[in-house]
Design a protein around this ligand. Structure first.
Ligand SMILES: Cc1cc2nc3c(=O)[nH]c(=O)nc-3n(C[C@H](O)[C@H](O)[C@H](O)COP(=O)(O)OP(=O)(O)OC[C@H]3O[C@@H](n4cnc5c(N)ncnc54)[C@H](O)[C@@H]3O)c2cc1C
Length: 340
């Protein structure tokens, strides 16, 4: 099989934080045989492998001493459909938001709250993407992977993927399984998730009394466009920290000292805090260290104004983490994948 392997390719156009590091080797794969050939080549050359999707959840801290495999398997197939739902298999290289719009246009609901999340379908299960009270696991039926250890393809059920908040088997055993496609089961009768105040407020302002999934998608897109910087305009990797989950006792204590604390009680009694609120209250919004900065409108987003390195972004993150730990006794965990 003929593979076009490039050397010392800048990854700047391939990561939304626009960090300028080089891939030692880079190859685009559009099929399973190409993927297998690329993996075999890396094994033969004794070089590591790094799987790349849309690059919107990465902090690249140095040149990537590996074969970067850019997953470009494409295609959307409607596998079955009845009065209630549709089963759809989507190849890993499809754009996530384009697929959400594809499903809504055909009357399939469930993914409307996940509109406008950057990246590819294949990476969506990796951190179990979520927004506005919905996670990709909620409508995911199975994931087809190529397991690099067994050198076999395997179909994993949603339960086997071990999804959790911004976490999955794929993130925990990073790099072992290459996601080839994701199969969704999408309902035709929408059961909309409108618990978020922003969403309800937007729909009320638009005087939409009985919203349809398309309305919710439009609302999500507009709210996101107002709140989050577009990586094409200002390089970023979305939320830089996970929302921390703390004990009910600690939350009560914090509430005493900070009556405006934003918190959400979880099913298990623990309490999730809004990381953005903590960072904002601590005065970090708009702070800049060289070309690494905290976004002026959204404290949860770190941005690259031009030439920031991954290390500089991480230094800023470390300063924020130390400050939040000291002020609130809360540990902030970095959300994107840090690639050393
Ligand atoms: C402006 C902005 C807003 C965002 N908003 C949200 C949000 O609301 N909710 C949310 O959850 N996330 C959000 N994100 C993060 C990001 O969009 C998601 O994590 C997305 O799923 C990443 O997809 P990607 O294709 O860009 O993955 P990449 O960044 O390319 O890769 C992410 C990880 O997945 C691995 N990977 C990629 N493809 C495969 C594959 N086929 N098989 C196995 N492993 C693979 C990579 O090795 C890497 O470890 C946001 C990012 C930005 C820039």
């Amino acid at each position: 099989m003929n593979l076009s392997i490039q050397q010392q390719l800048s990854l700047r156009p391939y990561n939304s934080l626009a960090v300028d590091v080089a891939a030692r080797y880079f190859v685009t794969v559009e099929s399973l045989p190409q993927l297998q050939a690329a993996l075999a080549w890396a094994k033969q050359q004794d070089v590591a492998v790094f799987l790349l999707g849309g690059g919107s959840n990465l902090v690249l801290t140095a040149d990537v001493d590996a074969l970067v495999i850019y997953i470009q398997l494409r295609g959307i197939a409607l596998l079955s459909e009845d009065a209630e739902s549709a089963v759809i298999e989507v190849q890993a290289g499809e754009n996530w938001h384009a697929f959400v719009q594809w499903s809504l246009a055909r009357g399939f609901s469930g993914l409307e709250n996940l509109s406008l999340i950057p990246g590819h379908v294949g990476a969506a299960p990796v951190q179990n993407i979520g927004a506005y009270g919905v996670e990709v696991k909620d409508h995911l039926e199975s994931v087809l992977v190529y397991d690099r250890e067994t050198e076999q393809t395997q179909r994993l059920s949603a339960a086997q993927c071990q999804f959790a908040y911004r976490d999955s088997l794929f993130k925990r055993e990073s790099g072992r399984r290459v996601i080839l496609s994701v199969t969704f089961n999408l309902p035709k009768q929408a059961s909309l998730q409108l618990d978020y105040g922003d969403l309800r407020g937007y729909l009320a302002r638009q005087q939409i009394v009985q919203p349809q999934p398309q309305d919710v998608s439009r609302a999500v897109c507009e709210i996101r466009a107002q709140k989050l910087p577009d990586p094409q305009q200002l390089a970023n990797t979305g939320s830089f920290f996970k929302n921390p989950v703390i004990s009910a006792e600690q939350a009560q204590q914090l509430q005493k000292n900070h009556p405006n604390l934003i918190s959400f009680v979880q099913a298990d009694g623990q309490v999730k805090l809004a990381a953005g609120w903590l960072i904002d209250q601590a005065g970090w919004k708009g702070v800049r260290q060289g070309d690494a900065g905290v976004h002026a409108k959204q404290a949860l987003v770190l941005v690259n104004y031009g030439t920031a390195t991954g290390q500089q972004i991480l230094q800023l993150a470390a300063d924020i983490q130390a400050d939040i730990q000291q002020r609130y006794g809360v540990a902030l965990e970095i959300e994107p994948n840090v690639i050393a």
